[in-house]
Design a protein around this ligand. Structure first.
Ligand SMILES: [Zn+2]
Length: 466
């Protein structure tokens, strides 16, 4: 069969099986694979096993679960096309916690289709995107009995908790993940109808701050005014993390930040990005941020610091006159090239401790971190991927974007392979990933499957490492 017809046969098959692909994804989304919760440890494993069986069922027979100190890594490969290039596909099968549960319209693990959307935790981040690849592989194998290239699959169960064990896995299994190109589907498109390739990710440093002032909670009538209150100390400390203009005051914080080049600034300014849409999507009343930068630049290429939670003292109904013994906060910093998370965490921790009043102790724990990543996207591999996306979505052009979030794996694998990483996601920015009522646009899911099928065909032209 001529090459063009072969691909179109696969695409026809994908178009005819659209509804089945949704039904099958629902089964995967039902599994509550919350990696941060020890209560769900067995569910996370069940999800890994489910994917392993699914890979075998569609014809990828060489599969293995790799145990780690945390959740297992699902690895599989189909490498029966001798001489063809090898592409590694990465995704994650773990999901974020679901609280606040009362804000979900339908329960997070009882997936529900409404208005062309699949609601459920993990639907877009990242199970729908992982599954899009599996369905494209299934279509190729069912229709042609083969794949136009060799594929390796690596699905991790700890992406939402910082991928702590993945570096070790990649180090121990360097030969296994050797490939000519890496594909990651875990980033959003810029907008509906505009498939996007992401070429930059921010890194992360995440800290917990614990302030202690006395041995136990005290009566505020008996001790108020003579004993220091750790909640006050905490509020005062946190208030000194940024100045009035939002600039982060941690000493050395900006030292290594790579400045934006003028041609990239021009490219970002030309993207069809509507600031008003951010307000509409979020319900926020105004946009703010570092002076001298556009919203996209602030989101993608500038570092930030955010408080993620503050607690301590009495928060139940009614009044209780208490001076708490401790106060706590969690905070995260999004980092850009070339900020190092370990260096930034250390600098932030010593700054926080230096702000402690004499009557309190401040402890800082580093909870997790991840490196940023950036690729100038000049390698021709990016053009092949862009062609696949145009065909899959039936559009004339794609957008090159960055992403404000972090995927620690990308930097690790890029450093290890020195090969291009294609970050091709099929999510939309307003699909509530990490929030209540997460959803996946089912039209994008379908186009994601089509694009993946085209992508394998396009990437079969890659030169091999040999
Ligand atoms: Zn994700």
């Amino acid at each position: 069969m001529p090459k063009e017809r072969t691909v179109e046969t696969v695409i026809d098959h994908i178009d005819r099986n659209r509804d089945r692909y949704v039904r099958e994804l629902i089964e995967l989304v039902k599994i509550p694979s919350i990696s941060s919760s020890s209560k769900h440890r067995l569910d996370v494993r069940r999800c890994a096993e489910y994917l392993q069986h699914e890979l075998e069922r569609i014809g990828v027979r060489k599969t293995r679960l790799f145990e780690t100190d945390g959740h297992p890594v699902v690895y599989a490969e189909w490498t029966e096309n001798a001489g063809a290039p090898t592409v590694l596909i990465y995704g994650h099968y773990d999901v974020q916690p679901v609280d606040p549960l009362d804000q979900w319209v339908t329960p997070p693990f009882e997936p529900d289709v409404r208005n062309g959307r699949l609601y459920g935790r993990g639907s877009v981040d990242d199970k729908g995107q992982v599954f899009a690849h599996l369905k494209a592989v299934e279509a190729w194998l069912q229709q042609t009995g083969t794949l136009p290239l060799n594929l390796k699959f690596l699905f991790e169960g700890e992406e939402e908790i910082g991928s702590a064990n993945l570096d070790g896995f990649l180090r121990d299994n360097a030969a296994l993940v050797r490939s000519d190109c890496v594909v990651v589907s875990d980033t959003p498109m810029l907008a509906r109808g505009l498939p996007s390739i992401c070429y930059g990710l921010r890194g992360l440093a995440y800290l917990q701050v614990d302030v202690r002032a006395c041995a136990s909670d005290l009566h505020s009538g008996s001790f108020g005014g003579v004993i220091g209150n750790p909640l006050h100390a905490l509020v005062h400390i946190l208030d000194q993390l940024k100045d009035q203009s939002g600039r982060i005051r941690v000493p050395g914080f900006y030292d290594k930040v790579l400045p934006l080049e003028s041609d990239e600034r021009a490219a970002l300014a030309a993207l069809p990005f509507v600031e008003q849409q951010v307000l509409t999507d979020t319900g926020a009343q105004a946009l703010l941020g570092e002076e001298g930068y556009t919203t996209l630049e602030r989101l993608w290429a500038r570092p930030t610091l955010d408080l993620n939670g503050i607690w301590g003292g009495f928060i139940e109904e009614g009044a209780k006159t208490v001076i708490p013994a401790t106060a706590h906060a969690k905070l995260s910093m999004r980092l850009v090239p070339e900020q190092d998370p370990a260096v930034i965490s250390t600098a932030a921790a010593s700054y926080l401790r230096s702000l402690a009043p004499a009557w309190a102790t401040v402890d800082v724990q580093v909870l997790h971190g991840g490196q940023s990543w950036y690729d100038p996207h000049t390698d021709p591999t990016f053009d092949l991927a862009a062609a696949a996306l145009c065909k899959g979505f039936g559009v004339e052009r794609i957008a090159y974007i960055r992403e404000g979030g972090s995927i620690p794996f990308v930097r690790t694998i890029a450093d290890a392979t020195h090969r291009p990483c294609l970050l091709i996601g099929f999510g939309l920015p307003d699909e509530c990933a990490h929030a209540p009522n997460e959803w996946l646009d089912l039209d994008n899911y379908h186009k994601g499957i089509r694009s993946s099928a085209y992508l394998y065909d396009e990437l079969s032209q890659l030169p091999t490492l040999g």
